[in-house]
Ligand binder design. Structure first.
Ligand code: SF4
Length: 914
């Protein structure tokens, strides 16, 4: 019977009768050897740490860390197999102090004291864990092995051939010693007298077996004189290119008649490459077989479950619920979820679910929300039950490896869920999941994905060793965090006579050259080594020095193919797949018939008969590309956080309401108080959908602007002798723009807004629409003030004269159509600056009325002669005529300038000036 190290037998499935070593012992005795801890065992160690350790303990800082519990539980299992026990650890620690302190590098009193503290604490944690395992009815590792060893002599065993072993623990040796008395055992190991350093693990294995009182009879089998495989090195620019090159080479091999399951991919860290391999090989339709261990968080099902648990525990906000419910796993379409889109997304997860229950009209959705509502009642104590219900809802079998691992974790910590609050439980579950892994099974046929450690056990016709880099092959083996290298050496010296044999970093490092030798024998005909010259971003990567040694030894027998980054398309002989062929010969482009460029079509698209909002015309004049993105493509930047838009619309609404219900007096105190009251009322009625802290920031900002306004407004009213006539006066049509204000007061208009027409320079007319913030009138209605509230700046005099004050001039045009006999003054109230800038026709009466008050800053009055005013209007007419003409001809050239700073489409136009 052939027995292989743990994990290797699965990779050889179908290649004759082979057994995994531990599965073989289990089959023989009916007792499963404890090789590594289950999540339940780790959870019990976590509880023991919590009970036993205090913050001042040696491991006090990490006593609550699930990663620490998991690492320690794994170490305790390994130490048990290496022959160590809590008593031996304490005994060995004392012996180390007395006889081997130098070996353990315990050079001074502080280090010696630390060593004693650490080993005593480890021993006491170990004992506490053993007691907890026994109490919970679980198999304690040392006892488990003892029972297994006791059961072995009674079993009959077939002759064994053991292959691929590079290390054996004390327990493995004890089992072999018992089996050795009952049957014949042949251990096949690699050796070469000419290169003993390349095969050090074999020598160590022989030494361990001899030390375990197993007499060895060594038989040297000379290597069969077979021709070495043809070797090729693929030197590629980056990891993606490397995998693509390997895939293309496999396609060529397939074309030559090599069966896919005769090709092996040897990888040191399969999880790092798994995703890229899956994507690239799927592109080239190359099936993969084997399995790969991945972090649990890589599974979409686990991410979906974790999102659901988080929300049920009350962690998150409404937007997270919506996002989760939109997942295809729920099988809910957009129309079904639409009523829930109107709920406040920033409210807490808990209140959002309550509100959603009252809104859901669809019976399926209502049933689901009802169930979720019920499930959350018993959390976190009922987490194991809720986890199973969610999996049932997902419709996936619980035997799937990722779900099984996740459920094991949830079940293992059942006691913790009962003790912890919902946020604490969520936090613990997240930490547990972040450190856990699962095995993802690939297909059952196709190219074999194998760990390098099993390289020569599955001999194939062709093999590719990927990522052959310094640091990967040979790997820099890390030191053990609990017992460092020197400490292990010292413990081995102190306890060797009692059968303890802890593996060291040096042993692991010495095994690396043999791994490379094994890779050299992984393929019968062709062996490829590949590596990327860069790793993750731009950092350089070095090829393994083993490759240099190989080239030096074999010379021209090892060919190197260099791939440059510039060679984006594969060479003609490599382009076998339609995807690569399309890269080499792009689909010929045929100019489509000029339907879209026909002037009639463009005019239809421009739709010059519709009303143009003043804001749209302002955008069109500023930059035709911005206009195209905003008004033709109708793109909008995502608005998730507090922005100036909310500040502006809340302040506008507050000022509108305050002017409509203004105090009779001109007392600024009273004005400020009323403004603040209106602001609070508006926020209470229609708070924007933002997190609470952002609503508070919004309140503070808007309040500051409103206060500033309250101190000025009564003075202006007295000074100008005007009365507010209309706030939010619409013309043309009810809405001003696509971007309606988030918080808006009702329009002033009782009836349909009046039509306003604007004549262009070429005699054509366009209809205008817009909403004017405020219009004030004199008692005789012979003077009108058009007022625009602004968070930013007002146009400069030069802009006005150039016709660039588009919005203001068009508002004046609209008001003139309403009040043809009135003299119109245009004003911008700069809310942040606390300043009202007015553009006043230079006529004595108007100049006196709108002159600068002695409490005002300079620059708040811009006087304009009739000619200057006419000049501004004519220039605007000219600009608009050109812009509308450009619109008709679909001109969308970006026009960069200062305005790019506020434009959301810079990534699209790529011409932004910033
Ligand atoms: S970034 Fe500037 S040039 Fe580009 S679309 Fe916006 S305004 Fe136009």
């Amino acid at each position: 019977m052939m027995v292989l190290p743990a994990g290797a037998a699965r990779a050889m499935a179908g290649a004759g009768e082979t057994h995994d070593w531990y599965a073989f012992l289990r089959a023989l005795t009916g007792i499963a050897p404890v090789v590594q801890p289950t999540p339940e065992m780790v959870a019990l160690l976590g509880e023991a740490c919590e009970r036993t350790l205090i913050p001042a303990s040696y491991f006090g800082k990490v006593r609550l860390s699930p990663r620490f519990h998991s690492a320690l539980a794994h170490s305790l299992c390994h130490w048990s197999m290496d022959g160590l026990t809590p008593d031996l650890l304490e005994q060995g620690a004392d012996a180390v102090l007395q006889q081997h302190a130098a070996l353990a590098e315990l050079d001074d009193d502080a280090l010696r004291e630390e060593w004693t503290r650490k080993t005593r604490e480890l021993a006491s944690l170990w004992r506490a864990w053993q007691a907890a395992l026994t109490e919970a009815g679980l198999m304690e590792p040392i006892r488990g092995w003892q029972i297994l060893l006791d059961a072995l002599p009674a079993r009959a065993a077939l002759p064994l051939v053991m292959a691929g072993f590079t290390e054996l623990t004390a327990m493995d040796c004890a089992a072999l010693r018992i089996l050795d008395a009952r049957t014949t055992i042949a251990l096949v190991a690699l050796h070469d007298d000419a290169h003993p350093d390349a095969y050090r693990p074999t020598a160590r294995l022989a030494a361990i077996l001899r030390a375990a009182d197993m007499p060895l009879q060594e038989i040297l089998i000379p290597a069969a004189p077979v021709a070495p495989p043809q070797m090729t090195i693929l030197d590629t620019p980056n990891p993606l290119y490397e995998v693509e090159t390997v895939a293309r080479e496999i396609l060529k091999l397939q074309q030559e008649g090599v069966a896919l399951d005769e090709i092996a991919l040897l990888v040191r860290q399969p999880d790092a490459l798994a995703e890229m391999l899956a994507v690239i090989f799927a592109r080239y339709e190359i099936p993969l077989q084997g399995e790969v261990g991945l972090p649990l968080e890589r599974s979409w099902r686990i991410r979906w479950l974790m999102d659901g648990i988080r929300l049920l525990m009350g962690v998150g906000v409404g937007a997270d619920w919506l996002h989760w419910l939109e997942h295809p796993a729920h099988r809910l379409d957009y129309a079904t979820l639409r009523p829930l889109h109107r709920l406040r997304r920033c409210q807490s997860a808990r209140s959002w679910l309550d509100a959603a229950l009252t809104r859901a009209a669809d019976p399926n959705l209502h049933r689901l929300l009802q169930r979720l509502h019920e499930w959350r009642q018993g959390l976190p104590a009922s987490l194991p039950q809720v986890a199973r219900r969610l999996i049932l809802h997902l419709g996936a079998p619980t035997q799937e490896s990722d779900l099984a691992e996740w459920l094991q974790l949830v079940d293992a910590y059942a006691r913790q869920w009962r003790r912890r609050s919902a946020p604490e439980a969520t936090n613990l579950l997240e930490r547990l999941v972040s450190g856990a892994r699962y095995t993802q099974r690939l297909g059952t046929s196709g190219v074999r994905l194998l760990p390098m450690e099993h390289a020569d056990l599955v001999e194939t016709q062709v093999a590719f060793a990927l990522q052959v880099l310094e640091g990967t092959l040979p790997r820099r083996c890390p030191d053990d965090p609990f017992l460092r290298e020197g400490e292990r050496n010292a413990l081995n010296a102190a306890l060797g006579a009692q059968g303890v044999c802890l593996p060291t970093r040096a042993d692991a490092q010495a095994a690396e050259p043999m791994l490379f030798q094994r890779i050299l024998h992984a393929a019968r005909e062709r062996l490829y080594f590949s590596y990327p010259r860069t790793q993750g971003g731009d950092s350089d990567a070095l090829p393994s020095f083993y490759l240099e040694a190989l080239k030096a030894r074999l010379g021209d027998a090892v060919r190197t193919r260099f791939y440059s980054l510039e060679a984006i398309t594969p060479a003609p002989e490599d382009a076998l797949h339609p995807y690569d062929q399309s890269l080499r010969e792009p689909t010929p482009y045929a100019e489509p018939p000029p339907i879209l460029r026909h002037p009639d079509h463009r005019a239809r698209r421009a739709d010059l008969e519709r009303p143009f909002s003043v804001t749209e015309l302002e955008t069109l004049l500023r930059c035709p590309f911005e206009h195209f993105a905003r008004y033709v493509l109708r793109l909008r930047p995502l608005a998730r956080e507090l922005s100036l838009r909310e500040v502006g619309s809340l302040t506008h609404a507050t000022l509108c309401r305050a002017m409509r219900q203004r105090p009779r007096s001109h007392d600024p105190q009273e004005w400020v108080q009323r403004l603040v009251e209106h602001l609070q009322a508006l926020l209470a009625e229609r708070a924007p959908d933002l997190p609470d802290w952002q609503v508070e920031v919004l309140r503070a900002l808007a309040q500051r602007l409103a206060r500033r306004f309250g101190w000025r407004e009564p003075r202006y009213l007295q000074q100008f002798g005007l009365e507010p006539h209309a706030c939010e006066w619409a013309f043309g049509s009810a809405t001003d723009d696509e971007d309606e204000r988030a918080i808006a007061e009702p329009l002033h208009n009782q009836r349909q807004p009046r039509r306003v027409v604007y004549r262009l320079g070429n005699g054509r007319e366009i209809a205008l629409c817009g909403v004017i913030d405020r219009i004030d009138l004199s008692p005789q209605r012979d003077v009108a003030l058009v007022l625009d509230y602004k968070l930013g700046s007002a146009p400069a005099r030069s802009d006005f004269l150039d016709g660039r004050a588009v919005q203001g001039l068009l508002y004046v045009h609209a008001v003139r159509s309403l009040l043809p006999n009135a003299q119109v003054v245009l004003a911008y109230d700069r809310l942040k600056a606390g300043k009202r800038v007015r553009f006043v026709p230079n006529e004595t009466q108007l100049v006196q009325r709108f002159n600068r008050g002695n409490w005002e800053d300079n620059g708040c009055v811009v006087l304009l002669t009739q000619g200057q005013w006419r000049q501004a209007e004519n220039r605007l007419r000219h600009l608009l005529t050109q812009a509308i003409d450009g619109l008709r001809h679909a001109t969308i050239a970006p026009t960069p300038g200062d305005h790019c700073r506020r434009c959301a489409f810079a990534d699209l136009c790529r011409a932004a000036q910033r």
